[in-house]
Design a protein around this ligand. Sequence first.
Ligand code: HEM
Length: 401
Amino acid sequence: MIRWNPYTPGYFNNPYVHLKECRELAPIHYGVHNEIMFFKYRDVKTILKSPSFGVTNLSGFFKEKELIILGESACPFLSKGTAKWLMYLNDKEHENTKQLVDSILRQFNFNPVIETAVENCIRANKQNDVIDIVDISTQIPLYVIESFFGIEGMCKLQELKKFSHLLAISQDMFVPKSVYREINAVFSWAFDFFGDLYNKSDAATQSNIVTLLKQADSLKPTDFTNDEIISILIVVFMAALETTKDSMSVILYEILKNPELSDWILNADDTAINVLSEELLRYVSPLQYTVRIANENCVISNQKVNKGDRLFLSLAAANRDPEIFEMPDSIIFNRKYNPHLSFGTGVHSCLGAKIARNEIRNWLKPVTRYLNEYKLDDKAEPVWQKTIFMRGMHSLIATRK
Ligand code: HEM
């Protein structure tokens, strides 16, 4: 009997072989920690949309474990840093926080910023004979985020990649104590950094997330403390950078490997680019899993679920389910029916989906044109992250043709 195991040989290079086996041979089964694993599209979607399930409480988990993880001496930031991470809030607290962040994202005009980000990135890398695809994939969302946060050259690229990556790992499985300590340290840094940004934002000449948050608070006072506001800033920063960088680097890898895909993009009109962007998002599924907790006893596809059970939902396996997607393991450039779950669905669906879509649609053609001058060396292989929940690369080198 097959059982999901992310340490199956080859999993990090290509999780889809193992996910396919799970979906076909044991679409619902108990995992090693007694969580119930779901791999089929219809089950994953039903659970995401159902009010019978809530999200886990990451901040509460850290509060319980902080002393064990960090010891007596360290200042605990794990629980405080994640206190307002929307994907771990339920009911009214979630609704209020989501409303606030959504109203702010709607006010900011992302499109010109995205266009400038693409131009800047290509200009900055034009002369390079050797490029790291992951750096290119970080620079575009990073520029967008810098503008949205009203910061310039906030840190060196490598530091920033590490910061955002560590925050993303805080949600992963099997995280060693030493890594939690590193995450605690970056949270501590982030509280200083974003706190400073918040305090100095009155001097800002242009609107950004911090000034908009302050404005929203002055119009209709929120109950958020300063620390909670900083936790919100941190989650938007992490959610916006990490998933976009991961999806972009895997998409660019596919483009470099597949000249037909590259030609299609270069000749596509706007509609074809939009259709292809959705297909690429389905294919790469940057967030591969999400977790839910049962609020009540119920049954899903004949599986009994008890109140309090922990459910692991594989968005990546659902997005390759042949019951929904024809030829699911291929990129079908003009796939018309594509109800993918890469942005989730239901009350916790991605707040940044519109922004992420606009980013991809904007960079797909110019970046492909730029990459046409580069090739992957015969032996070039991506260095895949050893993360389970988010799939991405540490590095992929391409050289000028
Ligand atoms: C390709 C890029 C992106 C992908 C694939 C992605 C994916 C997702 C997914 C699957 C969820 C739902 C998680 C769940 O149900 O447990 C989510 C939630 C979220 N995303 Fe994204 N995301 C992307 C970009 C962004 C951007 C650019 C932002 C911010 C500007 C953002 C902010 C958020 C937030 C705040 C949530 C939590 C929503 C809630 O819990 O109500 N994401 N994202």
